[in-house]
Design a protein around this ligand. Sequence first.
Ligand SMILES: Cc1cc2nc3c(=O)[nH]c(=O)nc-3n(C[C@H](O)[C@H](O)[C@H](O)COP(=O)(O)OP(=O)(O)OC[C@H]3O[C@@H](n4cnc5c(N)ncnc54)[C@H](O)[C@@H]3O)c2cc1C
Ligand SMILES: NC(=O)c1ccc[n+]([C@@H]2O[C@H](COP(=O)([O-])OP(=O)(O)OC[C@H]3O[C@@H](n4cnc5c(N)ncnc54)[C@H](OP(=O)(O)O)[C@@H]3O)[C@@H](O)[C@H]2O)c1
Length: 624
Amino acid sequence: MSAIVEGTQPHGLRNGDVLSHVTANGDVKAEALPQDPSSGPKAGTAQPTTTPTPTPGAANLPPLYDHCIDDLRPIKVICIGAGISGMCAAIRFNQRIQNLDFVAYEKNADIGGTWFENRYPGVRCDIPSHSYQYTFESNTAWSEYYAAGPEIQQYLLHTARKYGVYRYVKFRHELKGATWHADEGKWELKIQNLATGETFTDTCDFYISATGILNKWKWPEIEGLQSFQGTLVHSANWDSSIDLNGKDIALIGAGSSGIQILPQVQPIAKRVDHYMSGKTWISPIGFGSEELVERGAIGNFKHTPEELESWKDLKKYMEYRHKIERSVNEASLITIFGTETQKNFQLINREAMAKKLEKKPEIMKALEPNFPPGCRRLTPGPGYLEALVEDNVNFINTRIKRVVPEGIETVDGKVRKVDVLICATGFDTSLKQAVPIRGEDGVLLDDAWNPVPECYFGICPVKMPNHFRFLGPNGGPGTGSLIHLVETACEYMIKCIQKLQLEYIKSMVIQDQAAAQLSKHIDTYFTRTIYTQPCKSWMKRGKETGRVVTLWPGSAMHGMVAFRNPRFEDFKYTYLPETEHDRFSWLGNGLTQAQKADQVTTDYLDHVDPPPVVEFDKPETNGA
Ligand SMILES: Cc1cc2nc3c(=O)[nH]c(=O)nc-3n(C[C@H](O)[C@H](O)[C@H](O)COP(=O)(O)OP(=O)(O)OC[C@H]3O[C@@H](n4cnc5c(N)ncnc54)[C@H](O)[C@@H]3O)c2cc1C
Ligand SMILES: NC(=O)c1ccc[n+]([C@@H]2O[C@H](COP(=O)([O-])OP(=O)(O)OC[C@H]3O[C@@H](n4cnc5c(N)ncnc54)[C@H](OP(=O)(O)O)[C@@H]3O)[C@@H](O)[C@H]2O)c1
């Protein structure tokens, strides 16, 4: 058998290069590719020699493939989504991966994802904004400690412009399906241009999914919902033209969205019926709240003009950023069930909630969960409990029977008429794919993930070669900064792609056994945590019990360490024609492109990380 090499060669091989072949009897032979007279020498690339150098005394050795080690295989990457994750890929992939063709398709009209879409009144960050930003782009002008949604979106727009994200994203283009073709080692993606309705296909070596974990909002399953004749709106699809002033409003849901909406609508509405049949903790202590205590602030605070001025000196700002981030990183200790820290945290929550609800203790009784705080995503709801006890708010924990044209009927037969019905009822968190994704042997991702959505390190789904996901199953942080974990996952993907580029590997896919073993570890880990307690949460696909499927088994910090060095031994590889018979052919002629082309070879001297100086003769520094 011999590899066929004719005409323009794929994967960086040029006509004239020498390729080694394994013949039918197992001998290795060299063959020079025919020279293409039209292709002159390319700056910075090695020129092929057509005659392999004979090796004295080693007649049976294969010939040398005349290839410079850094003549990297061209790679095309398609990323779906341009929220925080897709933006990170656009920025870092293009910075770090050479010979790259990068395209992102985004269904929305602009970048931002969550922060583009969620525009309900009160939407804001639940961790300090200082630790909800990219490591490489410090915003020294956050106006508030927990920034509001529009300010976060402004930050993302600024970052996208600054780092050239717009060069790569095609907006209003939606993924409709993806199929892996093993022979070619390519993904074929079906894309719809939402402006024209036209559908086309695009192919790539790597398909990256950055479509978010909370991106498919859905209407609640309540009988008659669409028969409502007033104004019906979902928190994640807000219509800012709605007038809430002086209206009778029904607000369903007290997840993170609902508890941010109530304090905004209560002061302007005539009446709010707040439907909440489940249980929840409303914590007085949010992520990074030590800073609130230090400043004597309640819920949130505005940064003073003086500190904003002083942060124009980036060094000063970074001191503050370190301080806040450190306190955010400490929060993971409350996630270990039964520890003193966890029990104290529950006590603090209980006392604070009971105090704020003194005026209406029946609400405390109805809301108090039998699971620990943090089991569902804990969002500090400044002003939520205060709004709940206001006279124009009815807390209704009787279950909803149905929606009728004029309002809501509860199971006790009572109908309450309203003008506006707000559903703050969350997202489709089933992990079911909106479109067919077909990997190895045509297997559908939905089937590969049934019953257990195995996604190694939250990045590599089983059976899906050359496919990575941001915040995939068991890849999101329970505590700490999500953006840093996204950045770490991004670097992981880059390392994998660089390996395939350098070593002329066609594809990599996670071994089933490695994914299964990791799953076992994940399940064991979570038995110790608050997340497996009986709370209904999107971390368990909207169920009260069952597998924790969205979180990384550890803190964000822990993930950063674990993701640092991909365990390449956990993957299966297939090879390109250049390497399928000799996996080391990419080592080539022993030279780099710059050496061969007589170009600058010393740029490594500009990137030295000097070791700490220990002047051995000086006792004050030598540690003796
Ligand atoms: C209201 C709200 C508030 C939140 N607040 C916080 C917070 O305070 N702190 C925190 O850590 N996390 C928060 N989160 C979680 C938040 O989703 C993440 O922090 C982060 O924004 C996720 O970024 P992402 O890029 O991974 O996904 P997303 O922001 O969801 O972006 C996904 C992108 O993919 C696009 N897309 C999806 N499907 C397709 C398709 N088929 N074709 C093309 N494009 C597609 C979408 O249009 C979107 O732009 C919040 C979530 C919500 C809903
Ligand atoms: N920055 C932030 O602080 C922020 C803000 C918003 C969202 N988020 C993120 O987004 C996630 C989702 O938040 P979310 O508030 O949009 O959704 P959610 O946490 O899933 O909450 C949905 C709420 O709607 C109720 N609900 C759902 N279906 C219902 C039905 N058919 N009838 C009656 N009630 C129903 C739920 O009650 P039951 O639980 O009783 O079913 C729950 O109270 C959060 O966990 C968080 O990660 C973060």
